[in-house]
Design a protein around this ligand. Structure first.
Ligand code: BG6
Length: 479
C-alpha cells in the first residue's frame, strides 16, 4: 500500500545503531527537507527516559556522531522526538506505546533493531496493541536469525502480522550509493554486458576488509562469526548484484527476482574451498592491537576471517570462481569487487616484453568509490627489440566526477525508503532464506570436518591458507 508515513517508531532507540546511524541520518534528512515536516519520531527501548531526557540523549549522540556542518537543523529535529520506555516481554507496555504513537494520519513506519530473541514478543505486542494495521510497515534490522530455521521462525512471526509488501528487511550495504552504482555500471552501459559472462571473465574477487576488531560487541559477535555476520548478508548481496541477469525494470520485484535466482544457483562449497581464521595480537597502522581471545577474555572457536571459493552454477557463470574474503583486523578498510577478464585468445605480439595481461575492472565500494579498468598499452619507444606492452589504469574517481551532490550514508537512503514505502533496496524473504540455506551448509561442513580457525596476525591479510586458496588456481588476491 502506498503512503508516506507521518510517524516513525524506532525500537532500540538508545542502542548503538540509533546513536551512530539512525538519529544522525534522520536529522540530516530533516535538515534537507526530505522527510515530511510533520513526521513524529517515537523512540522506544528499555531505558527509563521521557521525551525530555531522550531529546538530551539524542543531542549527545548527534554531537558525537554527526559532522558539525550537518547539524544545522538539530533543534528542530529534536522537537520531533518522543520516547516511551518498553520491555518487549511485557504485553501491557505496548498499550502505553500505542497511546504514545497515537493515530498517525497517513501511516506508521516501524524500525525494529532489537535482539533476535525479542522479535517474536515484539510482533505479538504490536498486534495486541493495534500497531500492526494496514497503514503500518515494518523494517527489520539484522541479525534475522542465526540459521535458516531461526530465520524462518522470525519470518513466520512477522508474516503473521504483516504481508511481505509491508516488510522491509535491511541490509545496509544496499543503501550504499556505491553498491547501487553497480546496477548503473552494469545496466546503463553497453560495453560491459556482452563481456559479463564465463566466456570473457576468468574469475571474480569480492573483498570486505575491516581494520576494527570486536568494537565492544562481545556477546553478539562471538555467537556469530564472520560467515554469519558478513557473508550471509552483505557479501552475498554484492555477489548477487554482480552475477544477476539484467532485470526488466528498476523496481523491487524485478531486481529481487533476479537476485534470488543467483542465490539459488550457488553451489555447495567443498571443504577445501573455505578457509577460516582468527586474529592474534598484532598492529594496525603501526598501533599495537590485542588478539581476539584477549579482547573476548576467553578462548573461542569463532572465525573473524573467512575466505570462500564460490560458484554460481548457471549458464552465464559456469566455471567462473567467485573468491570471497572478509575479516576483522586486516591491514586496511576496503570493500571492492574485482572482475578479472580472460586473456586475449591469441597474441599477435611475439616478443617476451609484449606479454598481454588480462584486463581487470576494480570496482571500489569503500572507503573510496572508484572504477579502475586496466588496459594494455604500448610502452613508447622505437621497439628495436620488439614491441613492449604494459597495463595502464583507466581511472574514474566518483568524488571527482560528482563533486556537487551530497554524499548520503546508507541509513539516510534506507530510512527514507522505509518512510515512503519503496522496497527495492530491501531484502525479500526468499533471498534471506536462500542465503541462509547456503551458509548453513558451509557451517555444517565445517562442523563435520572439525574445521578450526587458523590464527593470523592482526594487520595481515588473514591466514596464509587463504592466499593458497586462490594461488593454487593461479589467482592472486588483489591488494
Ligand atoms: C555489520 C556487521 O553488518 O557491518 C559489522 O555486523 C561490520 O561487524 C559492519 O563491522 C560493516 O559495515 P560497513 O558499512 O562499515 O562496511
Amino acid at each position: 500500500m502506498s503512503f508516506t508515513a507521518d510517524c516513525l517508531l524506532l525500537f532500540g532507540a538508545t542502542g548503538d545503531l540509533a546513536q551512530r546511524m539512525l538519529l544522525p541520518s534522520l536529522c540530516a534528512l530533516g535538515a534537507d527537507g526530505l522527510i515530511p515536516p510533520d513526521l513524529r519520531i517515537v523512540g522506544t527501548a528499555r531505558q527509563d527516559l521521557d521525551d525530555h531526557s531522550y531529546r538530551n540523549f539524542a543531542r549527545a549522540a548527534l554531537e558525537k556522531y554527526m559532522p558539525a556542518d550537518r547539524r544545522g537543523a538539530m533543534a528542530e529535529f529534536l522537537n520531533r522526538l518522543h520516547y516511551q520506555p518498553l520491555d518487549a516481554n511485557e504485553t501491557a507496555h505496548f498499550a502505553l506505546l500505542a497511546a504514545k504513537v497515537g493515530t498517525p494520519q497517513h501511516g506508521l513506519s516501524i524500525f525494529l533493531s532489537t535482539a533476535p530473541s525479542l522479535f517474536e514478543p515484539t510482533i505479538a505486542g504490536l498486534v495486541a496493541s493495534g500497531l500492526a494495521g494496514e497503514k503500518v510497515r515494518i523494517g527489520l534490522e539484522k541479525p534475522l536469525g542465526t540459521d535458516l530455521e531461526t530465520s524462518r521462525q522470525i519470518n513466520d512471526a512477522v508474516a503473521r502480522a504483516f504481508p511481505e509488501d509491508r516488510i522491509f528487511r535491511i541490509d545496509h550495504y544496499l543503501g550504499k550509493e556505491t553498491v547501487q552504482n553497480l546496477l548503473a555500471l552494469r545496466f546503463a552501459n553497453i560495453m560491459f554486458e556482452p563481456l559479463w559472462n564465463a566466456a570473457h571473465i576468468d574469475h571474480v574477487q569480492i573483498t570486505v576488509a575491516e581494520t576494527v576488531g570486536l568494537e565492544g560487541r562481545v556477546g553478539f559477535y562471538d555467537g556469530a562469526g564472520a560467515l554469519r555476520d558478513m557473508v550471509q548478508n552483505h557479501m552475498l548481496q554484492l555477489l548477487s548484484l554482480v552475477a544477476m541477469e539484467p532485470p526488466a525494470h528498476y523496481d523491487s520485484t524485478s531486481i529481487r527476482d533476479e537476485k534470488v535466482k543467483v542465490l539459488r544457483c550457488l553451489r555447495l562449497v567443498a571443504p577445501d574451498e573455505t578457509v577460516t581464521g582468527q586474529y592474534r595480537a598484532g598492529a594496525i597502522a603501526g598501533q599495537p592491537v590485542p588478539g581476539y581471545d584477549d579482547e573476548l577474555g576467553k578462548d573461542s572457536g569463532t572465525e573473524t576471517f573467512v575466505a570462500i571459493k564460490a560458484h554460481v552454477d548457471n549458464w552465464r557463470w559456469k566455471g567462473v570462481p567467485f573468491y570471497l574474503r572478509t575479516g576483522k583486523r586486516l591491514p586496511e578498510r576496503v570493500t571492492e569487487i574485482v572482475i578479472n577478464f580472460r586473456r586475449v585468445p591469441h597474441s599477435i605480439f611475439a616478443s617476451k616484453a609484449a606479454r598481454t595481461e588480462p584486463n581487470r575492472l576494480v570496482i571500489g565500494i569503500q572507503p573510496e568509490e572508484n572504477l579502475t579498468l586496466s588496459l594494455m598499452a604500448k610502452v613508447p619507444g622505437l621497439d628495436r627489440d620488439g614491441i613492449r606492452l604494459r597495463p595502464v589504469p583507466l581511472d574514474i574517481a566518483m568524488d571527482d566526477a560528482f563533486a556537487g551532490p551530497t554524499k548520503r550514508i546508507a541509513y539516510e537512503r534506507l530510512l527514507l525508503d522505509l518512510i515512503e514505502g519503496d522496497q527495492t533496496l530491501f531484502v525479500r524473504r526468499d533471498e534471506v532464506e536462500a542465503q541462509w540455506d547456503w551458509i548453513d551448509a558451509i557451517r555444517a561442513s565445517w562442523a563435520e570436518h572439525g574445521l578450526r580457525p587458523k590464527p593470523y596476525t592482526a594487520g595481515s591479510w588473514g591466514p596464509s591458507a587463504a592466499i593458497a586458496l586462490a594461488e593454487r588456481d593461479g589467482v592472486t588476491w588483489h591488494e
